[in-house]
Design a protein around this ligand. Structure first.
Ligand SMILES: Nc1ncnc2c1ncn2[C@@H]1O[C@H](COP(=O)(O)OP(=O)(O)OP(=O)(O)O)[C@@H](O)[C@H]1O
Ligand SMILES: [Mg+2]
Length: 232
């Protein structure tokens, strides 16, 4: 089943000479249950693309359809519903709520979910057992990132969007987190779209997308490797 269908999307930031074509006529199909890895140089448009799929920013032209729902034509309220019902998102900046501790940050999302995963199990897998009552300001970068991963996963979303998921993690934690995603994907058929700078992570993809200057320059379907085989 086709899960995400992106047709001819364009996005330009700014006006005149200082304007940037962040996305230049991007088209892409992602199948339900696929692990899709997006690679590309800094500034090539990866986060912009993910934000568009996540309904966080508006395209200038083109359409994005998720599960038959054309999200590019939804209003603000409908977009909020879409995000709440279908999406888990891990951002490049972790976006934790500073006034809430780890378990509270995760529970705000769990409380509005239909089929949530147990938050204690999730925090344990992510190595945050001892930090449940700590506030974001008391956590290291990697711990904040793992908390944001727990928050994205706790509602057991149909679609998981991750921007530099393992960017702040050491090898062992990266492996743990990626193995967990692999398990979630196999168990729940979660579609995962993941941006990374790490070519090794591309090994676990069913679909490999390369972006350069706002354009898709490679779109390859391949056999995926197990996380244990990635050499991380
Ligand atoms: N809100 C914005 N206003 C103006 N320009 C923007 C904005 N967001 C992104 N850009 C520009 O659009 C281009 C694509 O940015 P984007 O964040 O998508 O890159 P990226 O591939 O995610 O890079 P990185 O790997 O460094 O995170 C860049 O040239 C960036 O400067
Ligand atoms: Mg980015």
């Amino acid at each position: 089943m086709e899960h995400i269908s992106i047709r001819n999307i364009c996005k330009q930031y700014g006006q005149g000479e200082s304007s940037v074509k962040a996305l230049d006529n991007v088209s892409l199909e992602i199948t339900k249950g696929e692990v899709c890895v997006i690679l590309g140089p800094s500034g090539s448009g990866k986060s912009t693309l993910l934000n568009m799929i996540g309904g966080l920013d508006r395209v200038d032209s083109g359409t994005i359809t998720v599960d038959g729902l054309e999200i590019t034509s939804l209003n603000k309220k409908q977009l909020t519903d879409y995000r709440r019902e279908k999406l888990g998102m891990v951002f490049q900046a972790y976006n934790l709520i500073p006034e809430l501790n780890v378990i509270e940050n995760v529970k705000v999302v769990k409380d509005i979910a239909k089929n949530p995963i147990d938050e204690n199990e999730l925090l344990s897998v992510l190595g945050l057992d001892k930090h449940k009552t700590h506030f974001p300001s008391e956590l290291s970068g990697g711990q904040q990132q793992r908390c944001s991963i727990a928050r994205a996963l706790v509602k057991n979303p149909a679609l998981l969007l991750c921007d530099e998921l393992t960017g702040a993690l050491d090898s062992a934690s990266s492996r743990d987190v990626l193995s967990f995603l692999e398990k979630i994907n196999e168990h729940y058929d979660t579609t995962i779209v993941m941006i990374t700078h790490d070519e090794r992570i591309a090994g676990m993809a069913d679909r490999l997308i390369r972006i350069k200057d706002g354009k898709v320059v490679e779109n390859t379907l391949k056999k995926r490797l197990k996380v244990g085989e990635l050499g991380i």
